[in-house]
Structures are given as structure tokens and as C-alpha cells.
Design a binder for this molecule. Sequence first.
Ligand code: HPA
Length: 266
Amino acid sequence: MKKTIDFIKDKIKITPEIGIVLGSGLGDFADSIEEKIEIPFTEIPDFPVSTVKGHDGKLIFGNINGKEVCIMKGRIHFYEGYDISDVVFPIKVIAELGVKTLIVTNAAGGVNTDFEPGDLMIITDHINLMGKNPLIGPNDESVGPRFLDMTNLYDRDLVELAEKAGKDLNVKTQKGVYMYFTGPSYETAAEVRMARILGADAAGMSTVPEVIIARHRGLKILGISTITNMGTGVLDKPLDHTEVVEVGKEVSGKFTDLLNKIIEDM
Ligand code: HPA
């Protein structure tokens, strides 16, 4: 970790206060950043490198609406075959760089039948169906507690702020619970029905391990899902990753506007 942090600190002159993880197809947001310094994951010592299409991996540092930010463009997924400790390594780095608030974004399937593809969902809570937890193993008490409290995990004030930002911009937002499946196969129709019965509104393959580590480091968390498709079985049509990326691109304008306004209002 020290090697990683020293390498990054040597390249940047700022202490970022906000970290942003950009999900599938949402990478265009990083274009709006000013005074940017880009560091490809491949250049950073010990940093895991993503293999997924639409996830060209870079850390981007700069300024958005007067706030110093660190953007992670492209993330590591458990389904790529990485150890869970690799999946969350970048979040540990972001926290170590001084970030106090983490905005995590992702593409997700709509489980709530009131949702439509293209909706933006502010995450109010999550269900970890992974059967694993990134905190398993020895705990460093100097970092965070062994038995981590998950109350108000997705910060209520930030949920409210994001909802208000949507209203101000006339961008429709939904709110709901994100359920994490490891993937990479999409859910079955029965799993989507189960998710709905258990109280989920969206299903996705990321975010949850990262959020657990961010909470362990004491960061405030805001999560936004782009509903790129309806979950399996909701519509009578097969799911296709190309479509997930396409819908991500289609919503990129309103997603960027919303994220910019949220950061401005923080
Ligand atoms: N399920 C899981 N992850 C996803 C989906 C989905 O339907 N769409 C985009 N990411």
C-alpha cells in the first residue's frame, strides 16, 4: 500500500475530498473534470487491472465545481477472478489519499417493476448476496472496528441531497435497495423474483464490497445505479451486455448533469 500511495502522491498536488467510482458505460463523466491528472491503473504499483469492456482503468484527479476529486474510471469485479481483497484495494487507496466521501455508481438491472431502463436509482441500502465479505480476515483496529455497524450505510443526507439535485435539474430519480449478485451470468428470472420478494429494487454485480470497505474507513457513501435494463424475466427478452453499455451511454448526459450538481451541492 505504501508503494502505491507514494507513487500516486508523487504525481498529484491535491488532497482529494471526494472519490467517485464510475460504473459500466458511465466513464464519460470524467470528461467534465478540470485540471486533470490521469494515471492508468497499469502504471500504479500493486494496482489490479480490469479486463471488462467499457472499463478502461484510470485514476483521474482534478477539480469539479471547486472540489478536489479522485475518479476511478473502470473498476475491478469479483467475477473477473480477482480475490476480493483486490476488488477493494482501490477503495483502500482512495481512503488513504484522504477522501472523505465516496460516490459509487454502477449499472444495474431493474427488479422493481415501476422502474424503466434509463432510470437513475439513488441507493438507500444494499443486500449482500455474495456470501463473502471483504472484511473477513485479521482486522486492523487502527483502520476500523472488527464488527462494523451498517446503520445509515448510504448516508441519508446524501440521498436527500441527490434527490433534491434531481428535482432541481428536472432529472427523474428513483430510490431503492441494491442487491449484489457476483455474476458474471445474469440472474435467472426466479432470482429476480426472489430479489423483489426480499426487498430489492435493483440487481448488480459490483459496489457492495467497495461500500463495506469505505464504511470501514469511515467514509460517507452515496450510491447511484443506472438501470440499464429490466431484470431477467421482467420483460420477455434476453439480456445483452452491449445493451447495458449502450443504455449507460444514452443516460450519460443526465447522469453527468446529476453528478455535477450533487458535487456542487455537497
Ligand atoms: N443484473 C446484474 N447486473 C447488471 C444487470 C442485471 O440485470 N444489468 C447491468 N448490470
